[in-house]
Design a protein around this ligand. Sequence first.
Ligand code: IPE
Ligand code: IPE
Ligand code: MG
Length: 225
Amino acid sequence: MNLIKHVAIIMDGNGRWGLKYKKSRNLGHKEGLKTVEKIIEQTVKKKIKFLTLFAFSTENWKRPKKEINFLFNLLENFLIKKTNELNKNQIKLNIIGNKKIFSKKLKKILLNSEQITKYNKKLQINLALNYGSKSELIDAINSLKRKKIAFTEKNIDKHLHTKNTPNPDLLIRTGNTKRLSNFLLWQLAYAEVFFEKKLWPDFTISDYNRVLKNFQKIKRNFGNI
Ligand code: IPE
Ligand code: IPE
Ligand code: MG
């Protein structure tokens, strides 16, 4: 049986869910947040140590301003309300992606949540915000070049935003779309990939359990036989 240390998730399908049931993409995002909370709780229960969640990509800036503002408001309110609870549950929050362009207010909220939860050991959540795998790799390579460090696999690993995190064992993408959308391209080199038909707000604990169980049964070769 395969051990699970790290689960990565592309939480896709909020907008479609919202349009279908509430006539508003934004209400889909709000509903999707409930799934986030349930999945975090279940990940702790399963004693999985790392959970990386794709929340906003470098490409998502192409969306209408109103939707972008709604998403970041939702995130700010969530962190303001829930950081203490995350902390109480021994969960560490780590942001991956480029924070530079965020507002002063958001940067402060993110930093605060990271600081408060910094020493927690039960689960590390890597929350991907303004994250793009290609730009992460370019930054890593430039930084190695600047420091005159060799471009080896280990050194590149150490200069990615996911440094100190094992590579994901599995990737789940909800929303019935089979693509990676510039997510963890390097880190997912040997991950098992599960594309789920359900939209993210409809994804349940039992769907999650089923995927985890199926993952555990896979024969992982890593090039061997
Ligand atoms: C959530 O799903 C992912 C985010 C970028 C927040 P989407 O908003 O992409 O939902 P769909 O794919 O349009 O349904
Ligand atoms: C990927 O979903 C990004 C997140 C889940 C945050 P998208 O919905 O943005 O992906 P594309 O554009 O359909 O590939
Ligand atoms: Mg989408």
